[in-house]
Ligand binder design. Structure first.
Ligand SMILES: N[C@@H](CCC[C@H](N)C(=O)O)C(=O)O
Length: 289
């Protein structure tokens, strides 16, 4: 069987997208498919798999599977690409529409240039700050802001929150690749986070600008993480280092995002979405995992 796919990226955070409006795959195959298709040597190569599907509660639905086959609850870069796909394929007719994820329902608005979606703005909803909602071990109703976090002899300051998916944000003097690759996998699997965690290191450049690097739960180092950028800005504001209700420029390895945490509590994300390729994946590979 051949599976039609589209590969897209948001700031280098690249996924294989399957359009379930056209062609569906059995539920029990999805995790395995995510692993096989993401493999850079024997698959197409990607940070994971995203399913665009009909929704009963929104105009379109999106599910995200990481490279290791685990399912995440949301994906900021995936949402912008899903919005681009849904608009350009005529799944939606309006420029503003709703997308359902496992975490919540968000509102997307596409900016179109010459018939193609260039930028997408998404109201990502409200962050969850209580420990029980991240989830993270400890007193369930408390928040995790600038908390001492010791790992492998290193003492860091942790701010943790959920953007529908869990994030551990560390504000550091200088973001270093070594720190991300060494501490990222340890924090991701730390038992204090019972469902694992996405790990972000950020450097504050000004009240409206940060540098950002990420180790993603289930996928490792990626060029960008949209929910991570939202979490990073919320964390910076909670630590009184960034401005609330103003746009913060986030420099990610793959490019820039503009993030605002407004006074109503909603987090807004604006950034690009790009088509890479379309084609057919040979499903015979599935049995060779
Ligand atoms: N790259 C994404 C997040 C994908 C899911 C994440 N790894 C998780 O398991 O929560 C983004 O752009 O937000």
């Amino acid at each position: 069987m051949q599976i039609p796919f589209t590969k897209m990226h948001g700031l280098g955070n690249n996924y294989i997208y399957l359009d379930f409006f056209q062609h569906t795959i059995a539920e029990e195959k999805l995790s395995e498919l995510a692993k096989t298709i993401s493999n850079v040597h024997t698959g197409i190569g990607s940070d994971g798999l995203i399913i665009i599907h009909p929704s009963e509660v929104a105009d379109v639905g999106m599910r995200i599977f990481n490279k290791d086959g685990s399912e995440g609850q949301s994906c900021g870069n995936g949402l912008r690409c899903t919005a681009k796909y849904a608009y350009e394929q005529g799944i939606v007719a309006e420029k503003q529409f709703q997308i359902e994820t496992k975490a919540n329902k968000v509102v997307a608005e596409v900016q179109v240039i010459n018939g193609k979606v260039d930028h997408v703005t998404i109201n990502m909803g409200k962050p969850h700050l209580k420990r029980e909602l991240i989830p993270m071990q400890g007193e369930p109703k408390t928040k995790v802001i600038a908390e001492r976090f010791e790992i492998q002899g290193e003492v860091l300051e942790l701010t943790a929150l959920s953007m529908g998916n869990p994030h551990a944000v560390f504000i550091v003097e200088q973001v270093s690749k070594k720190q991300v690759s060494q501490l990222g996998p340890l924090v991701e699997k730390d038992p204090r986070f019972p469902q694992g965690v996405n790990v972000e290191f950020i450097e504050i450049l000004s009240p409206n600008e940060i540098n950002f690097s990420v180790w993603e739960r289930g996928s490792g180092i990626t060029q960008a993480c949209g929910t991570g950028a939202c979490a990073a800005v919320v964390a910076g504001i909670l630590n009184d280092r960034l401005e609330r209700n103003e746009s913060v420029k986030v420099h990610l390895p793959g490019g820039d995002l503009d993030i605002t945490w407004d006074n109503d509590g909603d987090v807004w994300m604006t950034g690009g979405a790009e088509l890479i390729a379309t084609g057919f994946y040979e499903a015979a590979h599935l049995s060779k995992v």
